[in-house]
Design a protein around this ligand. Structure first.
Ligand SMILES: [Zn+2]
Length: 364
């Protein structure tokens, strides 16, 4: 098992890395504590913990429902993380076709419905249904499976609330974008999400304070999605030539690393295309140059640290390029080509600059 930042890698299932956030065990401590208070026995605590474990297994299956459906449309999943509030499948990108986005979003809750249906069949066949006992504890060994069943129905319904970051929000946005543009659809969906959040907040004031927490969570999700979509709208259809850097330094494969250091210190370029007799052969990133300095010192060669260049055509639009840059944090520089020749470079910083300029111009 390996740690990376705040997450612990649990393993790799179906070709997707499964991570657990460091705060996830807090949920188990909390649930264990509640069962200790309620039952006062170790058996009671273990029982509560096994319920949460089974519930999170259902959450993981829900996330795999999204991830494996996305894979059918050629979209990979970078990882699945378990957070105390639920699971998160980080898809490389969202499906472009609204119909596909709807199916990917629905397949998570669908998994919970299938689990609930399977348990209902099992309980019926074994005569395991238990009448609710209003005086006893909510969860007992006798109604364990029945409670798991209802929890799965709750997961499906909760996730279908039509607000980001819930699956229902994605379904709503995709359904709207069948009739209007992607950006307007996101705007409308975000507004619906914020209205839902306000509703939860008001309900929370008079009832369960947990609803206020959920309201905040939905509000942030709606605002974030609207922001990301505005940005995408600004970038879409803008050829990369509008934002790229044309005045940049390149390195020769045989150049010493000391030369790269001089160029970085003299200007602000940190990553360099490597040209051999005018032909692009690699990229020397700052991280690679620093590693090279540690291993070989100032006299190490650029060729020893450079990696495969990431290239794009000069007519690629900025939205697509940003997606490429976000997908792979190792590749921070994209080389822009025209008829086989390097004509410019671009990184996240340039795109951010371009957005700031656009924003300033639109405020005039
Ligand atoms: Zn989901």
């Amino acid at each position: 098992m390996t740690w990376e930042g705040w997450s612990l890698k649990l393993g790799r299932v179906a070709g997707i890395d499964l991570w657990m956030h460091a705060t996830f065990p807090l949920l188990f401590i909390w649930v264990g504590f509640i069962y200790w208070v309620q039952t006062g026995t170790l058996a009671g605590v273990l029982f509560g913990l096994s319920f949460i474990a089974v519930l999170f297994l259902c959450v993981i299956l829900h996330e795999y429902g999204h991830a494996l459906t996305a894979r059918r449309y050629g979209i990979g999943t970078r990882y699945i993380t378990l957070l105390p509030i639920g699971g998160l499948a980080a898809l490389e990108r969202m499906p472009r076709r609204p119909r596909h986005e709807i199916i990917v979003a629905l397949m998570g809750p669908a998994v919970n419905i299938v689990i609930a249906a399977a348990l209902a069949v099992l309980l019926t066949l074994t005569g395991g249904w238990v009448a609710p006992d209003m005086d006893g504890p909510m969860l007992m060994p006798a109604n364990f499976l029945q409670t798991v069943l209802f929890a799965n129905i709750f997961l499906a319904v909760f996730n279908m609330i039509p607000a980001f970051p819930m699956d229902g929000g994605r379904v709503l946005r995709a359904a709207l974008s069948l009739r209007m543009g992607h950006v307007s659809a996101t705007r409308v969906a975000a507004r619906v999400g914020k209205t839902v959040a306000l509703g939860f907040g008001v309900l929370g004031l008079f009832g369960n304070p947990l609803l206020i927490l959920i309201a905040g969570f939905i509000w942030i999700g709606a605002a974030g999605e609207a922001g990301a979509s505005e940005m995408e709208a600004q970038l879409q259809g803008r050829p990369v030539a509008r934002a790229m850097i044309t005045d940049f330094h390149t390195l020769a494969p045989g150049a010493p690393l000391g030369h790269a250091v001089d160029l970085t210190l003299a200007g602000k370029q940190t990553d360099f295309p490597v040209l051999d007799a005018g032909r692009l052969v690699g990229v020397a990133s700052q991280a690679a140059i620093l590693r090279g300095l540690r291993d070989h010192g100032l006299h190490g060669r650029v060729a020893e640290v450079m990696s495969e260049p990431v290239t794009a055509d000069l007519h690629t639009d900025l939205a697509e390029l940003m997606e490429n840059l976000q997908r792979d944090p190792e590749h921070r520089l994209i080389c822009l080509m025209q008829r086989g020749a390097l004509v410019g470079v671009i990184d996240m910083e340039n795109i951010a600059e371009f957005l700031r300029i656009q924003a300033a111009l639109s405020e005039r």
